[in-house]
Write a protein that binds this ligand. Structure first.
Ligand code: GAR
Length: 220
């Protein structure tokens, strides 16, 4: 039997942390290929910090307002991640833009979940953007983080219908259910080595294509 080492993951949050909770829950399974070893937030009052602590995960609150510059905050965060021997960073509702240096330092080792089917509807208010555009399908995307906002290689996507009478809150709630399934699945693909970066694309092994094809946007 081959016992492979679990990759060490930090989750960065700014708010309630429901995606963080879905990752923590998934990682409690003995055969999940990643372990969540740190949760950090730029907001000391982020609700997710208490939830992480209750789950026994070490937490750090680095108040970005306490740092003189973006680079100083990013440097402090980077030091925390390095000290915890982090292999992969998962952004989960982390609502702060990084300096180019931080993104460079974690290139190929940092993923994000975004509440739209990228490359549509980057930035904030994605559900309002989708309603204004009149799309019939909307959804969420897990992607690698690159310097350009919401633009990195796509790991996985899930779509939901936009229904008559939907407002932004109804759409957000329908998509959040999918986010909570998609992010743990995408992290598992990366952590197990079944999904990997190849230039500006994510490629998948055949095994994963057979097992999880329905979930994924396969683009080898
Ligand atoms: C999620 O919907 C996530 O996709 C979104 O913020 C929400 C966080 O919720 N992220 C972004 O908009 C990133 N640009 P959560 O704190 O309950 O996970």
């Amino acid at each position: 039997m081959t016992i492979s080492k679990k990759i060490r993951v930090a989750i960065l949050i700014s708010g309630r942390g429901s995606n963080m909770a879905s990752l923590i829950a998934a990682a409690t399974a003995a055969d999940y290929p990643a372990e969540i070893v740190l949760v950090a937030s730029n907001r000391p009052d982020a609700g997710g910090l208490a939830a992480a602590a209750a789950a026994g995960i070490p937490t750090r609150a680095l108040d970005h307002k306490a740092y003189p510059s973006r680079a100083a905050f990013d440097g402090a965060l980077h030091a925390e991640l390095v000290a915890a021997n982090i292999d992969l960073v998962c952004l989960a509702g982390f609502m702060r833009i990084f300096s180019a240096g931080f993104v460079e330092a974690w290139a190929g080792r940092m993923i994000n979940i975004h509440p739209s089917l990228l490359p549509l509807f980057k930035g904030v208010h994605t559900h309002e953007q989708a309603l204004a555009a009149g799309v019939r399908l909307h959804g969420c995307t897990v992607h690698y983080v690159v310097p350009e906002l919401d633009a990195g290689p796509i790991v996985a996507q899930a779509a939901v219908p936009v229904l008559p009478g939907d407002d932004a809150d109804a759409l957000a709630a329908r998509i959040l259910v999918e986010e909570h399934r998609l992010y743990p699945a995408a992290l598992a693909l990366i952590a197990s080595g079944h999904a990997r970066l190849d230039g500006d694309r994510v490629v998948f092994s055949d095994t994963v294509r057979r097992a999880d094809g329905a979930l994924l946007s396969l683009r080898e």
